[in-house]
Design a protein around this ligand. Structure first.
Ligand code: ZN
Length: 225
C-alpha cells in the first residue's frame, strides 16, 4: 500500500476522520505556499504608501517583469497584480505594453498617471488599475475612458474592493442598452460604461470579485454583478 493511502484507511476501511484531517493538512500546506508567494511578490512590488503624490511629484514607474504576449499570460499577469493592488491606499496602474514589458505606476488616492509616466509606450497596451475603496464609484471614471480612447488601449481594467470591470477593444459589446431606471440601480459610472461600449462597438463587462473563483459566463446586465 502506498504510504499516502494509509492515512485514509483503518483496518482496510475508509476512515472519515482521517480523510478530513488529511484534507485540512493539504489545505494548510496550500495556503502556506500561497502566502509565501504573496509575501515575496509584495516585497518586490512595493505598494505605494504616499497618498500625497501628485502628477509632477510621484515615484518613478517601475519595470516589474517581461512576459511573452499571449492571452493566457496577459490574463495571469492581470490577475496576479490585481490581487495585490486592489486594497491599496493609493491607485496603482499595471501596464502590459505591446512589447510585453510589465510596469507599475504609482498614483494617489484618486488618480494614477500612466500616460504621464509612459508616454507613447502606453499606446495599444493592456492596463489595469485599482480604485481606492473610500473613493471608488465601482466603474470607470471619465478620465479612464478618455485614457482608453486616447491611447487606443487594447484592454482597460479597473478593480476595487467589490468589482472588476473591463473595456476590451478586441471584442464586441455583450450587454444591452440600459433602461433609464437602471442608471439609479446599478451606479452611474457602470451604466455609462455600458453605453460607451455600445456606442463604440466594443466589449464591456463588470463582475463581482467573488465570482473570479466561479464561472461567471452567466453574467449579464440583468444578473448583475
Ligand atoms: Zn480609474
Amino acid at each position: 500500500m502506498p504510504s499516502g493511502a494509509r492515512v485514509f484507511f483503518e483496518n482496510g476501511k475508509p476512515h472519515k476522520r482521517n480523510i478530513k484531517k488529511e484534507l485540512k493538512k493539504q489545505q494548510e500546506r496550500q495556503k502556506e505556499k500561497y502566502d509565501k508567494i504573496q509575501r515575496k511578490l509584495r516585497k518586490q512590488f512595493g505598494l505605494g504608501v504616499n497618498t500625497k503624490n501628485t502628477v509632477e511629484n510621484h515615484p518613478q514607474h517601475k519595470l516589474l517583469e517581461q512576459i511573452d504576449l499571449n492571452e493566457d499570460n496577459i490574463n495571469k499577469t492581470l490577475n496576479k497584480y490585481e490581487k495585490l493592488i486592489k486594497n491599496d491606499k493609493i491607485e496603482n496602474a499595471i501596464i502590459i505594453t505591446k512589447e510585453g514589458k510589465v510596469y507599475q505606476c504609482f498614483g494617489n488616492k484618486t488618480n494614477v498617471w500612466p500616460d504621464y509616466d509612459l508616454k507613447d509606450e502606453l499606446r495599444g497596451a493592456v492596463v489595469t488599475h485599482n480604485h481606492v475603496s473610500t473613493e471608488t464609484n465601482y466603474g470607470f471614471s471619465k478620465s479612464d475612458t478618455r485614457l482608453f480612447k486616447e491611447y487606443q488601449l487594447s484592454r482597460l481594467r479597473g478593480i476595487d474592493d467589490k468589482y472588476t470591470y473591463e473595456l476590451n477593444s478586441n471584442k464586441g459589446p455583450v450587454l444591452n442598452i440600459p433602461e433609464d431606471y437602471q442608471f439609479k440601480e446599478y451606479g452611474y459610472e457602470h451604466l455609462m460604461s455600458i453605453q460607451y461600449a455600445i456606442d463604440n462597438n466594443i466589449y464591456y463587462m463588470r463582475w463581482n470579485n467573488e465570482w473570479r473563483r466561479k464561472k461567471w459566463n452567466k453574467c449579464t446586465l440583468y444578473k448583475i454583478c
